[in-house]
Design a protein around this ligand. Structure first.
Ligand code: NAD
Ligand code: MG
Length: 395
């Protein structure tokens, strides 16, 4: 029967920016006729999660927020859709039988469920870059042991995946990550000192979740992506370059030993990357805007300024030092970012706090288990919070 041929998939973080784009791609590629959704997960946005659950006919809907269990249960009563909540609910969603899992929970909260899906051998479409930054080697090994594919969804890494031919890996010299430069690309340090989360979140080209938008403004997003690229493509730190490209049309490039550079181009729309990850190795047919080169007329490039955007320097430092420095960078940055969003610290302090915690925890050795990863993460967060509070008290 047709039902037996449906592809089974799960979306961790279905209510977010990547999650809703993923559901749109699924709708475009045949919806319930072609796919059986095994599980969807969200957090506080119960109305949207319930609506998605009913539209897709998912088997299981999970809210990460335990206090919302009753509301979700009520919203889905009589539908036959199973409901769960909390960390155990997220793991249950990840462990459901589904061959393809979109990992689109934001932050370190996505680590445990994504790892659970990887361990059981699902193909992982990875949007959650924090998995690779915090637990790079462990995560890559878990995917290899599980036997599934690791399909990058981050637009830069998806672009590289598209132009990095597997049989040409030995000839890759460098990868070049493009960065839009964000809303403060031309701002001075003095101007950046007083910016608020409301201005920092306004990304010039991409429409994304709150945290990643602000990370783009500080270029911490690119810092995480450098570390992500190191793990995804097995590159040495010096092979990873960043170039500011304000139009965001070239999504990234690979430079080969013969001097050739291959690039992937497109309109800034995450559905192209998501569709590629879903249909790989085939290419899906998607209703997204096409590039109009005549209208575009030019592509600009400039070297990144590491003085105004110290996040890039911190990423290189973390990669050179190795150990747990990348996990520490990520955890301290998340605390600093939350403090900035809450108006408790300044825009430029995010890098200062992150660097201070990296320095303080320089002796921590690489994590050999996930428990080590979580312990390092906790400690870095505790230190970052202490710095935020100390600075607030001094101000
Ligand atoms: P978002 O904030 O729009 O959505 C996040 C999702 O995670 C939502 O479904 C939310 O309910 C869920 N969530 C939030 N807190 C949670 C918690 N504590 N536990 C469990 N679930 C929780 O974020 P986004 O922009 O969709 O980004 C998701 C991930 O993809 C991030 O890691 C981001 O860096 C990455 N990414 C996003 C884009 C983009 O275009 N938005 C591009 C590249 C990579
Ligand atoms: Mg990106």
């Amino acid at each position: 029967s047709g039902a037996a041929e449906k592809r089974r998939l799960t979306i961790l973080g279905s209510t977010g920016s990547i999650g809703t784009n993923t559901l749109d791609v699924i709708r475009q590629l045949g919806g319930r006729e072609a796919f059986q959704v095994a599980a969807l997960t969200g957090n506080g946005n119960i109305d949207l999660l319930a609506e998605q659950a009913m539209t897709t006919g998912t088997e299981l809907a999970v809210t990460a927020d335990e206090s919302q269990y009753g509301n979700l249960k009520a919203a889905l009563s009589g539908t036959g859709i199973e409901v769960a909540a909390g960390r155990s609910g997220l793991i249950e969603a990840a462990e459901r039988d589904a061959g393809w899992v979109m990992a689109a929970i934001v932050g370190t909260a996505g680590l445990a469920p994504t790892l659970a899906a990887a361990k059981r051998g699902a193909d992982i479409a990875l949007a959650n870059k924090e998995c690779l930054v915090s637990a790079g080697d462990l995560f890559v090994r878990a995917v290899q042991a599980g036997g599934g594919k690791l399909l990058p969804v981050d637009s830069e890494h998806n672009a590289i995946y598209q132009v990095l031919e597997e049989n040409q890996r030995h000839a890759v010299e460098r990868i070049i990550l493009t960065a839009s430069g964000g809303p403060f690309r031309t701002s001075s340090l003095t101007e950046m000192r007083d910016v608020t989360a409301a201005t920092a979140r306004a990304h010039p080209n991409w429409s994304m979740g709150l945290k990643i938008s602000i990370d783009s403004a500080s270029m911490f997003n690119k810092a995480l992506e450098m570390i992500e690229a190191k793990h995804l493509f097995g590159m040495r730190p010096e092979q990873i370059e960043v170039i500011v490209h304000p139009q965001s049309v070239i999504h990234s490039m690979v430079g080969y030993s013969d001097g050739s550079v291959l690039a992937q181009l497109g309109c800034p729309d995450m559905r192209t990357a998501i569709g590629y990850a879903l249909s790989h190795p085939a290419r899906p047919s998607l209703d997204v805007q096409r590039l109009d080169f005549a209208k575009l007329s030019r592509l600009d490039f400039e070297a990144p300024d590491e003085e105004r955007f110290p996040a890039l320097r911190l990423a290189r430092l973390a990669m050179q030092r190795g150990g747990a420095q990348a996990a520490i960078l990520n955890a301290a940055k998340e605390v600093a970012l939350e403090a900035f969003i809450g108006g408790r610290t300044g825009f430029l302090q995010m890098a200062e706090i992150t660097e201070a915690v990296m320095e303080a925890m320089i002796a921590i050795t690489p994590s050999s288990t996930m428990d080590d990863v979580f312990a390092v993460d906790d400690e870095a967060r505790r230190m970052a919070r202490a710095i935020v509070e100390r600075d607030a008290a001094a101000a």
